[in-house]
Design a protein around this ligand. Structure first.
Ligand SMILES: NC(=O)c1ccc[n+]([C@@H]2O[C@H](COP(=O)([O-])OP(=O)(O)OC[C@H]3O[C@@H](n4cnc5c(N)ncnc54)[C@H](O)[C@@H]3O)[C@@H](O)[C@H]2O)c1
Length: 388
């Protein structure tokens, strides 16, 4: 980009926990600038914009979407606002980056997918774990045949932030978070990661869902990860799952399981993925993301350190530091944002970058979660993922 070229303008709607990481990642790019944010009220928007050094602050999504300096809109609102905010952005002809899940149910997702396609705008959903260098290493090793034919997968995403019955979040209210709780929130990441790494789609599922904490107590605060609440606590009945075990079948014949839970003491952000091939296995642990375990039956097992000089070239380009320099969650997040903005720069009709999840991809993930809910409701039976 020459100095005279205008930087790509980013506007963020929903400046909460994850929104601030979108802002950080876009600022790292150099060829984009954060020009505006919108919150649900003008005064809180102004405070947050001033704190983050952002020029324009709006009290509604509509005002931000209408800002002519905003080229790309990041939708980091609670789940129930994903559909109306993303649809309004698409209708205004803006590129759109949505947080996961794409929307509340498959129907809303399909409408967003189709509208984005018809409008010809760049559309992406933040399945950010794809951006990890060693996740790309796994994917490239599998594609190159380095583990033989993949046959089995074991995914898990375990957290403990909802263990205490005096913790609460808008995610637990089906009207704000959706019918699925843990599966939509973090099971979605696990399924997306498994599909991305294996290179095949999940076609059927058998799910067993549970709600361990059936009554929670809240003082009305609904911010995630804020810990035990105190004060005037009122009971809230919880319908959504906080644990789930799911068997999976993939289009290419791979079978496996995922386990998901948010009430599991000691597990913070414990996302893990193991793929077993006929000649080798790979196991990646998000909390130790600079290492990849390689298992073999006819040679010693090994740990591959995240070191660009030891990685396959296509994966090494996602590593920013030499071996021994630890990369982190924020670096993988940045890799995803960089790929999305590279697509914006190249133009929406240029090919979808390999690590980006589009609205079409994310619609499929919501269809998987929907099949899991149907499987559980039908008495834990195999259910096909229904795509339209
Ligand atoms: N990719 C990831 O790993 C990841 C991690 C966390 C959250 N998320 C997703 O990001 C989204 C937000 O989650 P969060 O944890 O940041 O929630 P949060 O509650 O911390 O933030 C939501 C923000 O939206 C704002 N908001 C509410 N109503 C609004 C409106 N009408 N207009 C504009 N802003 C409004 C709130 O004031 C708040 O600042 C969720 O969909 C969640 O699933 C993704």
């Amino acid at each position: 980009m020459s100095a005279a070229q205008k930087k790509i303008g980013m506007g963020l709607i929903g400046p909460g926990f994850i929104g601030m990481h979108h802002i950080d990642a876009v600022r790292r790019l150099g060829f984009a600038e954060v020009v505006a944010l919108a919150d649900h009220k003008a005064d809180s928007a102004r405070i947050k914009a001033d704190e983050a050094g952002i020029p324009h602050a709006y009290g509604s999504p509509e005002e931000l979407i209408a800002d002519p300096d905003v080229d790309v809109i990041h939708n980091t609102t609670p789940n129930h606002l994903h559909f109306p905010v993303s649809m309004a952005a698409i209708e205004a002809g803006k590129h759109i980056v949505s947080e996961k899940p794409l929307a509340m149910d498959p129907d809303q997702c399909r409408r967003l997918r189709d509208a984005a396609k018809a409008a010809g705008v760049v559309n992406a959903v933040m399945f950010n774990y794809r951006g990890n260098p060693l996740v790309q290493q796994m994917r490239d090793m599998i594609a190159a045949g380095e583990i033989g034919t993949p046959v089995f997968v074991k995914g898990q995403y375990l957290q403990d932030w909802l263990t205490d019955d005096k913790t609460y979040s808008w995610r637990l209210d089906p009207k704000l978070g959706g019918a699925s709780s843990a599966l939509a929130d973090i099971g979605s990441h696990t399924c997306d990661l498994a599909e991305h790494v294996i290179g095949s789609k999940i076609v059927s599922v058998l799910a067993d869902l549970g709600t361990i904490v059936k009554t929670r107590y809240t003082n009305g605060s609904s911010h995630a990860f804020s810990g035990t609440q105190s004060g005037d606590l009122k009971p809230v009945e919880i319908a959504g799952e906080d644990i789930a075990t799911v068997m999976l079948r993939f289009e290419n014949g791979v079978r496996g399981t995922i386990t998901v839970g948010q009430v599991l003491p000691g597990h913070k952000n414990d996302l893990q993925l193991e793929i077993n091939g006929r000649t080798a296995s790979l196991h990646w642990v998000q909390e130790k993301q600079n290492e990849l375990w390689i298992g073999r039956y006819n040679a010693a097992n090994a740990i591959l350190q995240k070191d660009p000089s030891l990685m396959l070239p296509a994966a090494a380009k996602y590593a920013h530091l030499p071996g021994g320099h630890q990369e982190a969650w924020t670096d993988a997040f940045y890799n995803m944002v960089k790929a999305i903005y590279g697509w914006v720069q190249a133009g929406p009709s240029s090919p979808q970058p390999e690590i980006v999840s589009t609205f079409a991809d994310a619609t499929h993930i919501t269809e998987i979660v929907d099949a899991m809910l149907r499987s559980n409701a039908a008495g834990n039976v195999w259910m096909n993922v229904e795509g339209k």
